[in-house]
Design a protein around this ligand. Structure first.
Ligand SMILES: [Zn+2]
Ligand SMILES: [Zn+2]
Length: 290
């Protein structure tokens, strides 16, 4: 190709093909040379396609049209069609593919969804994942610790998903097994969580009781002092209760400490606070359980 006469002969031939309407791709295939080489030869032979913009010519510095993350901005193109810098090429291709997919979906959602399903299927198969058709019959694979079928196992089941392995009753067993395994592995975490939940329940119950008591309280007239006592027992009792650690609910020292604290805070006597607290525990048995 370096020899001048060779070059001119080659140019002539390529030009001939070009004039016959062969694309530069077809020519490059026929001669086993790169398309860029063909394009250069055609150009040198004075037969440039006018549809290429001046920016489309290789080797010319041009601005990236994608400008994605980490874009290099200006770049030297290596082919007439290169529109994006090296950093953006992949992202640009992805974006174009996505746009294409979306357009296809918009044109015919049903067909596109079907095609997507088939492709998903192919990918799954290629990755060696289970690809059993939805709606086909399967045999339940669930076995318990002793290697026996689950209670109420239907043995056969109709697949709702490709990955489904168990019949409905056994799915419940499998879920329970998994939950139990989690509890066994995270004993402390689960205990703390349960404790927190129980605390919340107790808190809500106490609040409700308090609200109810406040609601029932008559504005004036008979019976008021008694109701007031009741409300105090709830208020003070709850206050004491909150000062006793969950795991020390039945500890006498902890209880009296809490009562002392509340007595000091409310400037009531210890005995009054203790009485309210006792009353509170009688009315709210939930608080006795630690
Ligand atoms: Zn770029
Ligand atoms: Zn089963």
């Amino acid at each position: 190709m370096s020899h001048p006469s060779m070059r001119s002969t080659e140019q002539e031939i390529i030009r001939l093909y070009r004039d016959k309407g062969f694309s530069e791709r077809a020519i490059s295939r026929r001669f086993g040379i790169g398309r860029y080489e063909v394009w250069k030869t055609i150009r040198e032979a004075g037969c440039v396609r006018t549809m290429w913009s001046p920016f489309g010519q290789p080797g010319i510095s041009r601005e990236c049209e994608f400008k994605g993350e980490g874009c290099l901005g200006e770049f030297k193109s290596t082919s007439p069609k290169q529109k994006y810098c090296g950093a953006c090429q992949l992202a640009a291709r992805r974006a174009r593919q996505l746009a294409h997919q979306l357009a296809k979906y918009a044109a015919d959602p049903k067909a596109a969804a079907e095609k997507a399903k088939q492709n998903r299927w192919k990918r799954r198969k290629a990755a060696g994942q289970p690809c059993r058709p939805i709606g086909s019959m399967g045999r339940c694979e669930y076995r318990d610790k002793r290697g026996k079928r689950g209670d109420g196992c239907e043995i056969k089941f109709k697949r709702r998903s490709s990955a489904q392995k168990y019949c409905d009753p056994c799915q419940k067993h499998a879920d329970a097994d998994r939950a139990q395994a989690y509890r066994d592995e995270n004993r402390e975490k689960v205990r703390a969580r349960d404790r927190k939940r129980w605390e919340n329940v107790k808190d809500v119950r106490a609040r409700l009781a308090l609200a109810e008591a406040a609601h029932q309280q008559p504005k004036r007239g008979r019976g008021r002092p008694e109701k007031k006592e009741q409300r105090n027992s709830l208020k003070i009792g709850l206050r004491v209760e909150k000062k006793i650690a969950t795991d020390r609910k039945l500890n006498k020292t902890a209880i009296s400490d809490a009562r002392w604290l509340v007595a000091r805070e409310t400037s009531l006597s210890y005995d009054t606070v203790a009485e309210y607290h006792r009353e509170f525990r009688t009315n709210n048995p939930g608080y006795k359980i630690a």
